[in-house]
Design a binder for this molecule. Structure first.
Ligand code: FVT
Ligand code: ZN
Ligand code: ZN
Length: 341
């Protein structure tokens, strides 16, 4: 497609070869961006401990802490004052003996997620509260669903259990549930559960539709204590080379009732983000800038290889360019400082 006449000026210069008129001034440079990062695009992950007064660092995830309920409100308040609009909750049960084969603790009414939803709702009525829905933080085997006796994943039991957990989060007041397990059929079971509970019109179902298995989740597993005790997640998460499967999963989840979709990780999967933007063009597309991506940028900045702020903008702008409208990011607190709106 040609936008400018391709003819020669009297001097012999090809007119369309002159690009720099478009960006030699800071403002005209800004005008070149089709979209810009804004605070309302950011969703901040919160790790909630089951010990109310505890606050724990995560060695591999700089500046991010796990907090008990009593430490949560003052911290979230400081971010809300800077313009935080949305959070996604992850429960981190550390008490002895709470994990079992069904992940019962996931929707324990007194557990960190359900109690966390209620506490945040009470303190921040306008905050958009999302909940990651998965069992791996709560199962003794560390897998994302319910297992058969031979250790393989039982699709039907997993999907129904995930549906029940999601409905319980929605009942507690979550604005959105986000299944991250990648078990076939769970979007459908969650949607049906929400409809049956009369909550489908109140709770946005944001599916982790294109979640790839790979090497970028290490710090998160440290944070959530969710590394599988045997095997890996390759049977239910997508192979990193599987772009066709990712496109099928995106389409399938939309057909099963997803209201929005997530691509995860983000920077290495920009092609999938742009596939999602095309395939699901009438839906919000969310990129999850995962723990490994965050930790890598921090490590590079500490080594003096990159400037942290510059590289954070460049990577997150890349997600927007590829088609993301929302970003789950551990950089959210920084962007709330860096962005004006
Ligand atoms: N279901 C959530 C994750 O697996 C988190 C990924 C990360 O931040 O590494
Ligand atoms: Zn999981
Ligand atoms: Zn997960």
């Amino acid at each position: 497609m040609v936008h400018q006449a391709e003819f020669l000026a009297p001097t012999g210069t090809n007119i369309s070869s002159v690009l720099q008129g478009g960006y030699n001034h800071p403002l005209s440079r800004e005008w070149q961006s089709e979209r810009q990062l804004t605070k309302n695009m950011f969703i901040f992950p919160l790790f909630i401990l089951d010990d109310e007064n505890e606050e724990l660092d995560i060695a591999s995830l700089p500046n991010i802490k796990r907090r008990g309920l009593n430490k949560l409100v003052p911290y979230v308040d400081s971010l809300v004052q800077k313009g935080l609009r949305a959070v996604i909750l992850f429960g981190v049960p550390l008490k002895e003996g709470v994990k079992d084969e069904l992940g019962t603790a996931a929707d324990d009414p007194e557990g960190p997620v359900i109690a966390g939803i209620k506490l945040l709702r009470q303190n921040f009525p306008d905050l958009f509260i999302m909940c990651d829905v998965c069992l791996c933080e709560y199962t003794d085997h560390g897998h994302c669903g319910v297992l058969n006796e031979d250790g393989s994943l039982n699709r039907e039991k997993s999907s129904l259990r995930l549906g029940a957990v999601a409905v319980n989060y929605a009942k507690a007041g979550a604005n959105s549930v986000a299944p991250s397990d990648m078990v076939d059929g769970r979007v459908r079971d969650i949607k049906l559960g929400l409809i049956e509970a009369g909550l489908a019109h109140k709770c946005l179902l944001m599916a982790y539709s294109a979640k790839f298995s790979g090497g970028l989740y290490g710090p998160f597993r440290d944070a959530a204590g969710s590394a599988p005790s045997h095997g890996d997640r390759k049977c239910y998460q997508l192979p990193p080379t599987g772009s066709g499967l990712a496109r099928r999963a995106l389409t399938r989840d939309i057909l099963e009732g997803a209201d929005a979709v997530i691509v995860k990780p983000s920077t290495f999967y920009l092609d999938i983000l742009s596939d999602a933007a095309r395939l699901c063009k009438d839906y919000p597309i969310c990129a999850y800038h995962v723990s490994g991506e965050y930790a890598m940028l921090h490590a590079a900045a500490e080594k003096g290889v990159v400037d942290l702020k510059q590289i954070a903008f460049e990577s997150h702008n890349g997600l927007l360019r590829a088609g993301a409208r929302l970003i789950i990011s551990y950089f959210t607190p920084e962007f709330l400082e860096w962005l004006e709106v």
